[in-house]
Structures are given as structure tokens and as C-alpha cells.
Design a protein around this ligand. Structure first.
Ligand SMILES: [Zn+2]
Length: 323
């Protein structure tokens, strides 16, 4: 037994010797597993970075692609002007004065509404009831859908200015196309009063060439914005509250009347008045609209009472019944 035991011990010892090489074989396996895992992590990082680069490449190239398809077709007001586009703001446009806000020498703000695909009877009623001075930067192609409405808008104290024929990125057009985009609405909007002399470039996109073309077309001011009312929230360029001289951006979109009421109540709460932007730009004495009390918030506007972009040009009452 002892012999056997000794033999076994020796056999075990021999086995131990035999085990060592296989253990040595096992060590490289462990190491390669470590490297394998490291490789997987590196692969994940590389793939992640590649995806990020691809995303940004796509994102930055998406704007010109969108532009290419937008030059010959009008865009919905979704994805239009916004406060975000002002950063970083370009402040020169050749010979033209670019206005983001006005001096704070009077306790007033200015309301501007862009595009014009969804004119609203409720907004007209608010303008008439409170004598609101509103400047609208209209796309000619949108205005053509509801010509009667825009006469009512002007009769209610509204002012129509230039937002181009069909809302292109102006800086991507030839000078001739820029001229057509800027000048054609000036000519078209003569039916509503004095020809526009303010340009709001679609998407806030302008440069010195646009400024030169605009000036040659009769434009005096490129009017931007420094506050925006959107999704029931007022945002300002400064990140602070509303201040005197602010030019506030809104869009003709379904539910605009509710947005406008909320904005007016913010203005009223801050003891600010509302003045006509064109009067202010021209240095004329301001007729200021003061709201004495908050406006009651009514029920949200049903979409069917807002004139649809897709309906014809047969006027407000007939189109308002369409879906
Ligand atoms: Zn626009």
C-alpha cells in the first residue's frame, strides 16, 4: 500500500509535471481572451465613433439637400424660423440694416407672425378686439391661397411684409433667383397697401449678397427676431424674460390664437405694451396697445375652424368648413 501510495504520489508528481505544459498552454488562452475582450471594447468604441461621425455628416449635409428640394417648392411652416437659428447670429448684410430687436427706450414689444399657410379667424378677432398691431412676414405662395383673408388682416390693423415667394434658403440661390424671390412678393403685396420694405429671410438665412439684392429690390430692413413664442413657451435670445424692444416670432400654425393669447398675457403681466414694428423702424410716433387685464384663455381651437393650407382660394368662410 505504501509502495502503491508512494507510486501514486510519484505518479501524481509525474502528472503534475505533465500538467504544467498544459497549464502553460492555458495561460496564452487566458491572455488571448483578455485581448479578445479588449478588441471587442475597441471595436465598440470605433463603431460608436463612426456612427457619430456618420450622424453629423448626414445632419450637416441634410440642410443643403433640403434646400435643393425646397427651392422650387414651398415648405410647410414646420421646420421654419426659430430662436435656435440666431446662434451664432450673423450681423452684417452688406448695405442693409439688420434688426434683431429695437432699443429699449419705450416699454413695448413687437409681435411678428411668419409664413401664412394657416390663417386664423380667431387671430383676426383678437386683433379687432384689442387693436393689436401685428406685422406678418408672408410667403407669397401661401398668401395667394387666401387673398381675401389678408385684406381682412390689413383692415384689422395688420401689416404685410416680405417673406419671399416660396421660402427658400436665399444664400444658396443665384443673384437672379434671389432677386425674384425678394422682389416678386413686393410687387404682389402692393394690392394690400404700400409695398413691403422689410424682409424676413426664410430660416433667418442671409449674407451680404442677399443684403445687396434686397436693397436693390427696395428693402430697407432685414428683420430678424430675439424672442419666440412656441409650444406655449416664450423663449428669448438672452435667456432672460421679455424686455422692451423685443421682436417676438410666431408662425401661422393651427392653434396660433391660443399661443397669441398666452403671449399677450405674458406681455400684460410684465406691464409692457405692444407697438407697430414698422412705425418703430421708421422712427414714427408709436401708437401703443396696452392690455388692461389678462385675456381669458378659451378652449383650444378646433383645427377645422382654421383655414387649411390645402384648400382653394375661395375665401375664408367657404374654406373654413373643409377638413
Ligand atoms: Zn418662414
Amino acid at each position: 500500500m505504501l509502495l502503491n501510495a508512494k507510486y501514486l504520489e510519484e505518479e501524481d508528481a509525474d502528472n503534475m509535471i505533465d500538467v504544467k505544459p498544459s497549464f502553460r498552454k492555458f495561460v496564452p488562452v487566458k491572455l488571448s481572451l483578455k485581448y479578445f475582450l479588449l478588441g471587442i471594447i475597441l471595436l465598440v468604441i470605433v463603431v460608436g465613433l463612426s456612427l457619430k461621425i456618420l450622424y453629423f455628416t448626414h445632419y450637416t449635409s441634410a440642410v443643403p439637400n433640403k434646400l435643393a428640394s425646397s427651392t422650387n417648392m414651398a415648405l410647410n411652416s414646420k421646420g421654419s424660423e426659430s430662436l435656435d437659428q440666431l446662434s451664432p447670429a450673423i450681423t452684417s448684410a452688406g448695405p442693409i440694416k439688420v434688426v434683431y430687436g429695437l432699443p429699449e427706450n419705450q416699454p413695448v414689444v413687437y409681435i411678428t407672425i411668419d409664413d401664412g399657410w394657416y390663417p386664423s379667424q380667431e387671430v383676426l378677432k383678437l386683433m379687432q378686439q384689442y387693436h393689436l398691431p401685428i406685422t406678418t412676414y408672408l410667403i407669397e405662395q401661401a398668401a395667394q391661397k387666401h387673398p381675401d383673408y389678408w385684406h381682412e388682416f390689413v383692415n384689422a390693423g395688420g401689416n404685410i411684409e416680405d417673406h419671399n415667394f416660396n421660402h427658400p434658403f436665399l444664400t444658396h440661390l443665384s443673384l437672379a433667383d434671389q432677386k425674384n424671390q425678394i422682389y416678386q412678393p413686393i410687387d404682389y403685396f402692393r394690392q394690400y397697401g404700400p409695398p413691403p420694405d422689410e424682409l424676413r429671410p426664410p430660416y433667418g438665412d442671409y449674407n451680404s449678397e442677399v443684403g445687396q439684392v434686397a436693397q436693390a429690390s427696395g428693402i430697407k430692413y432685414i428683420v430678424m427676431w430675439d424672442a419666440e413664442m412656441k409650444d406655449s413657451t416664450l423663449s428669448t435670445r438672452s435667456g432672460q424674460g421679455l424686455k422692451s424692444g423685443d421682436i417676438i416670432l410666431l408662425h401661422w400654425e393651427p392653434g396660433l390664437d391660443q399661443e397669441l393669447i398666452k403671449l399677450l398675457n405674458i406681455i400684460q403681466k410684465q406691464n409692457l405694451g405692444i407697438a407697430d414694428l414698422t412705425q418703430a423702424l421708421n422712427g414714427e410716433p408709436l401708437i401703443i396697445c396696452w392690455l388692461k387685464a389678462p385675456i381669458p384663455v378659451s378652449k383650444p381651437t378646433p383645427t377645422k375652424t382654421t383655414i387649411s393650407r390645402t384648400t382653394g382660394t375661395s375665401g375664408v368662410k367657404s374654406t373654413s368648413r373643409s377638413k
